[in-house]
Design a protein around this ligand. Sequence first.
Ligand code: HEC
Ligand code: HEC
Ligand code: HEC
Ligand code: HEC
Length: 240
Amino acid sequence: MRRESSESPQKRIVNTKYRIIFIGICVILMTSAIYIIGESLQQEQQGAELKAPATGDIPSIPVEAGVFRRSEQALTYANAPENNKNPRTLDTFYDLRAYPGAPPVIPHELINEQSYGGKSCLPCHENGGYVPRFNAYAPVTPHPEMINCRQCHVAVKTKDTFKESNWVTIIPPPINQEAMTGSPPPIPHGLQMRENCLACHAGPAAPTEIRTSHPERINCRQCHALNDKPTTAWTRNTSY
Ligand code: HEC
Ligand code: HEC
Ligand code: HEC
Ligand code: HEC
């Protein structure tokens, strides 16, 4: 009696199919095991490799980007001479503005009466520097990209007010508000059009009272916190 005869020919075909699939899976598993072990053995033989750090832009906070705009000039400012000849002070700074934050008037003659700004202002105001013609250091503009300069900055035509008015300016925020001697004073002003710190705080054209001793520290807002709101004295709550 033959054993095979107990199984139907159909069942035998199904069994063979399963066997082929099973063997197939085993072969795939075996090859992948060989591949993985081979790869890991090969990696062990490789020595340490010192890769250069990733290049490209380091991600930054867009609203604080202005702080770094003039950073490449920081060392030039740090090594710039003292401005003993014709120092700019906070008094002269405020004198040219209708109120703190207003565009200053142009205190000098115009080199080209017809120009609207751009190339006729930026040679002196983009990076600053001494101008023998005006016997002064040119203040650096915080906004060289706004090339239509005379849209906001007007030349002085007369020293007299042609009509009396009751305009009174506002008092600028006080400086030296540091919490303790030696700690960084807070930024007492808003940052609209004032993101570019080095333009006003560094170099010989910066008003002497606010000229920083450390333009090379680059990330100004790391240490100087913004405090442009009036603060009231803090009192201890003793009701509990
Ligand atoms: C030849 C160089 C030169 C050119 C060109 C020039 N400036 Fe000036 N500017 C100066 C100097 C120097 C001062 C500082 C004057 C002082 O302190 O007595 C100054 C001061 C200023 C100020 C006053 C800033 C402040 O807050 O004290 C403004 C505003 C100004 N210039 C705008 C302009 C505009 C706008 C143009 C183009 C139409 C222009 N300047 C072209 C050299 C120049
Ligand atoms: C949209 C108006 C506007 C335009 C355009 C403009 N400015 Fe100004 N500028 C201002 C205001 C406002 C201030 C005062 C900023 C402050 O004190 O916060 C100022 C300040 C300045 C200062 C004084 C910086 C300092 O150290 O005190 C200079 C210099 C100056 N601008 C030059 C220029 C030049 C040069 C151009 C053209 C390339 C120009 N501005 C275009 C509005 C403008
Ligand atoms: C347009 C010019 C201008 C720009 C740009 C500017 N500042 Fe000022 N800063 C001033 C003036 C003027 C004062 C004096 C108080 C006032 O009038 O607001 C001052 C005061 C300060 C003080 C207080 C100094 C003290 O001795 O107490 C700090 C700190 C300061 N600024 C930091 C910054 C930082 C950080 C930035 C950049 C995010 C910046 N400023 C951008 C003009 C400027
Ligand atoms: C590592 C922290 C730190 C950074 C970054 C820093 N500062 Fe200061 N800053 C201080 C301290 C602390 C003081 C007060 C003590 C002193 O006089 O040095 C000060 C003082 C100042 C003053 C008052 C005048 C002075 O020099 O004493 C100004 C203005 C100023 N910093 C502006 C800036 C600007 C603009 C930048 C960015 C280029 C900057 N700071 C970056 C810590 C810092």
